[in-house]
Design a protein around this ligand. Sequence first.
Ligand SMILES: [Fe+2]
Length: 277
Amino acid sequence: MATIAGELNLEDGPQPDGGFVDLHCHCLPGIDDGPATPAAALDLCRALTDDGITTVIATPHQLGRYDGRNPGDSIKKAVAAWQSVLRDHGVPLTVLAGAEARLDERIPAMLASGAVLTLADQGVFFLLELPLGADSDPLPLIRALSRRSVRTIIAHPERYRAVMRRPELARAWVDQGACLQVNAGSVAGDFGAEIARTAWQLLSQPFPLLVASDAHDTHGRRPRMRLAADLIERKLGRDAARRACIENPWEILRSSAADQAVRPQLELRFSAAAELN
Ligand SMILES: [Fe+2]
């Protein structure tokens, strides 16, 4: 039987152009720890399309070690410039502006001023990164943003030491309205056995969860969406793979642009459980 990654042009699927939407990717040249040069960024964007991705949200790092760099306006300009380079080179990839911001108490004010960006700059979903090793509590920020109708997506929870030790932490974040974004590479084992185990634990729970590439290059941090979709389909079933890799990312993109009155209905599509084989 063909896998979902092998037949992305599902007529009953949500994707308007037949591909994956990748909500977390470092694909702009010379802006963060993604590709250093335009040539390397072109290689990465071609690798994204080879992996079945047709729309990507460029999510350069903000805050943390990038504090004072990559303000929202310059990311938006860089995306517009890069989109035209891709067009000139015939790379069939739509790039939208976003960011992956490190946990910081200034975030609500910086979102309001436009210094920090939401996904697709729509003011609906915000991609939040926590320090990998240190215990830190995103709940006050998740709640503060929720009061402003901004929904937090926690970037790669499986990579945080605190979640590896206590996966139930993620449940507390979800209970306060957060979504979880698992890296395709984590599912594939690129970050080691412990992170893979944590990723599968999260995937097997009834969480609002999606998979994204978090790709940085064409080597150690390359796009792995097809492989992740295949692995999830094999282990958790076709519905779980479709939900995490295709439907939820597209729903997030679509509901970002939707009228506010429609959004609560769109969120219902997240809930589902799966058994880990
Ligand atoms: Fe990232």
